[in-house]
Design a protein around this ligand. Sequence first.
Ligand SMILES: [Mg+2]
Length: 406
Amino acid sequence: MKQRSNWYNAIAHVDADCFFAACELTRRPDLKGKPVCILSSQNACIIAKTYDAKAIGIKTGMPIWDAKKLMPHAHYLSADFRYYGLISDKMFSVLRRYSPEIEMYSIDEGFIDMNGIRSMWGKSYQGIADHIRESIYQEVGITVSVGISTTRILAKIASEMNKPNGTSVIPGRRITNFLREVPIGDVPGIGKSRQQLMKKLNIHTAYDFANNPKERIDFTLGKVGMDIWHELNGTPVFKLELNSPMPKSIARTASLGVVTSNKQLIRSHISYHTTRVATELIRQNLTTSFISVFLRLKSFESVGKNVRITATNDYSRINHIVKVIFNHIFKDNTEYRACGVISSSLQPDAQQGNLFTSVQTSKQLALTKVMDDINTRFGNQTLSPASSLKKETLKVKFQYPLLTAT
Ligand SMILES: [Mg+2]
C-alpha cells in the first residue's frame, strides 16, 4: 500500500449509538440502564435495541415472541418515528456548528467535511471529535461515536471501532496498520455474499483487500469493488452530498438471505423495509403518495403492486398499506428470494415547520408518552391509536411489470 501523509483530506463520520432506543431514553429517564427494545408497527418484531439487549442475543428483525423468551424483563416500546425525526434534527443542528459542509447520510448518521476547521476550533481532530460527542450528549441527550479519517469509508469504519460514545482518529500514516485489524465483513459494501467470495480469494481483512492488485478486485467485484479499494487505500472517491436534490423515490429492498416460502419471515423483512422507508421520509421532510411492494421469486421474476394514496409520511398508515399489498401479492407454497418497499411521488412535507403543526406534534408526543406508560405497565397493545384500528379498505390498482429496484 502507498505511504500517505497524515491529513491531505479529513472527513468525520458521526453515528448515534442505538439511536431509536436512545431517543426513547431521552423522554423515559426511568428506563436508563435497563434493557429496551423498540418494536415495528403492530409490535411484530424488534427494530432497535440497547446494548444489553443485544448482548443477550436479541437481534434486529427478531419476532417479539422470540425476544420475550430471551428477555421477558426487557421494556418493549412501540416505535415513534416522528419523535426520532425531531431528535435527529437536533443532532444535525449541533453538527452544523462544526462545519458548514455536512451530509445527512441517514436519520442518525452524518459525514462532516473537516478540512480547515482545526484552526477555527484551536483543537486537534481528536479534540474536535470529543467536543462533538460532548455537545450532542449535553444538548440532545444521546451518545454518538465519531470516526475521522481521510476518506468516507475509512471514517465510517473508524466510527464503529470505539462504540459506544468513542472517538477513533485514523490519519493517513496509520491507515495501513489500522486496516490489518478490520475484518473484511466490517467494510461497508462487503455483505455476506461478497464476504464468501473474498474468503475464496484469501481476503480476510480490509488490509488484504486494499493490498490486492486492483486489477484482481476489478475483475471480481467491478466498479463497486474498485471504489472500495481506492477509499481503503486513502484515495477519496465519494464526495459528500451536501445539497442532495429531492429524490424521485425512496426504496429499501434486500435479499432475504435464503430462498424461502415462510410468510412470517418475509413479512418481517417487509416490515423492516417499511420502517426504513418511513424513517427516511420523515428525515428528509417528505411525503409519499405512491407505495409499491415487490417480491422476487426464486426464479428471479418479480411480482409487485402499487397503490396511490393521499400524501403522507405517517408510519402506521404506510405500514397498513404495505401490509394490504403484501397480503395481496404473497402466494403460499411459492419460494421467494428478495423483497422491497418503494415510496414515490415524493413531495416536501408542507406541514413541516408550521407553528400549528408543532403544537400538534407536541400534543401527539404527550399522548404517545401516556400510551407508552400505560402499555409498559399493562403489557403492549393495551392502548393503540384509534387510527391504527380503523379498517381501511384499499383497492390495489395494477400489476407491476418486472421491477428492478436497487
Ligand atoms: Mg447508529
